[in-house]
Ligand binder design. Structure first.
Ligand code: SAH
Ligand code: SF4
Length: 355
């Protein structure tokens, strides 16, 4: 990248309001901001010159002034079960992953919010990588643009749902997450309904409350234990925001009309999988509009945990069901290509494809 290009602003980091302000700052009428914004998210647009309703002189001056990024190539790996993992190289040589999970009635894209993660959860491979850096807003939305374009190239059904369950802790990158959510849901942007977007967090309490005030997106909480002692031993964040504070934030998040909060619970053999644990979990979630996803531990050599046997898993599930909860056992999709929950660590040597 030349020095000149390094100074150019990437317009994909701007929300519509911010791009309008950018236009005005550069002596343009505000509507130009809206025009440019809507071009940025149309498939196949790679240069300002293609923005045909802008005057030619403006297209030229924009080319000198700004840029808009996209992922031009990716590495793609398809699992036996149809799950598809995309690896994207970032400009600084780092790599992130997104996972497309096709199901009968939906096509969910799981996206990353950081390179690595600083939260250090003991059972999570991403956590063992440590933290490298936050993704920019552009890097977050470009995952969606690239997969959308890849699907449409093959005439495959488009993305219906987005989940922030890839690498990183989205609420630890709050500013860029906020911008990305605004663009992802903007009619002129990627036009996803907020109800089709889920943000998953390990439990950064003040940010959960802020997210709930700003957006109508769905919330998923990585819970993994129903008592503070076990949770703190698995998830360091629990020492800062213990279960009492987390549950209070969940209560506050549960505004009328919002869907249920999803609680993710990785079943780790001998650690959090007893009948007593299930009863504790039922009690903890009492009074919260909750649905529970049980994730039998995705095993990997770097992680010192294993999954319980089938009987234990069913017994745990039944205790919760009897107490009236919706409980799903989430099959570990894409495990053969390290695309399952908590397995994203951009370590695989994959084959390269051009977008
Ligand atoms: N940082 C956010 C987003 C990542 S989502 C969060 O923690 O919510 C990834 C999901 O996979 C989380 O629910 C995480 O707890 C879960 N996970 C991580 N390692 C896992 C493992 N070994 N087995 C099953 N689930 C795991
Ligand atoms: Fe980070 Fe989430 Fe993994 Fe914890 S579970 S280390 S918060 S990605």
């Amino acid at each position: 990248m030349s020095d000149n290009l390094a100074q150019k602003q990437d317009l994909k980091n701007f929300t519509l309001n911010e791009l309008t302000a950018f236009a005005v700052d550069h002596g343009l009428p505000p509507f130009r901001g809206k025009q440019i914004f809507s071009w940025l998210y149309r498939p196949g647009i790679t240069s300002f010159n293609e923005m045909t309703d802008l005057p030619k002189a403006l297209r030229e001056s924009l080319t000198g002034l700004a840029t808009f990024s996209r992922f031009t190539s990716f590495i793609k790996e398809v699992s036996r079960d149809g799950t598809c993992k995309y690896g994207f190289h970032l400009q600084d040589g780092k790599m992130i992953e997104s996972v497309l999970i096709p199901e009968a009635d939906r096509n969910t894209l799981c996206i990353s919010s950081q390179v690595g993660c600083a939260m250090g959860c003991a059972f999570c491979l991403t956590g063992t990588m440590g933290f490298s850096r936050n993704l920019s807003c552009a890097e977050i939305v470009n995952q969606v643009c690239a997969v959308r374009d890849d699907l449409s190239k093959d005439n495959r059904p488009g993305i219906t749902n987005l989940v922030f369950m890839g690498m990183g802790e989205p609420l630890a990158n709050f500013e860029n997450l906020t911008r990305a959510l605004i663009i992802l849901s903007d009619k002129q942007g990627l036009h996803f309904s907020e109800h089709k977007i889920t943000v998953s967090t390990c439990g950064i309490v003040p940010k959960i409350i802020e997210l709930g005030k700003k957006f109508k997106v769905n919330l998923a909480i990585s819970l993994h234990a129903a008592d503070n002692k076990t949770r703190s031993s698995l998830m360091p964040i629990n020492q800062r925001y213990p279960l009492e504070a987390l549950m209070e934030a969940c209560q506050e998040f549960s505004l009328p009309k919002r869907k249920k909060i999803t609680f993710e619970y990785a079943l780790l053999k001998g650690i959090n999988d007893s009948d007593k644990d299930a009863v504790m979990l039922a009690r903890l979630l009492h009074g919260i509009q909750a649905k529970i996803n049980l994730l039998p531990c995705n095993e990997t050599p770097e992680i010192p945990f294993t999954k319980p046997d089938e009987q234990r898993i069913t017994s745990f599930q039944n205790i919760l069901k009897k107490r009236g909860y919706t409980v799903l056992i989430r099959s570990s999709r894409g495990a053969d290509i390290s695309a399952a929950c908590g397995q994203l660590a951009s370590k695989s040597a994959l084959s390269s494809t051009s977008a």
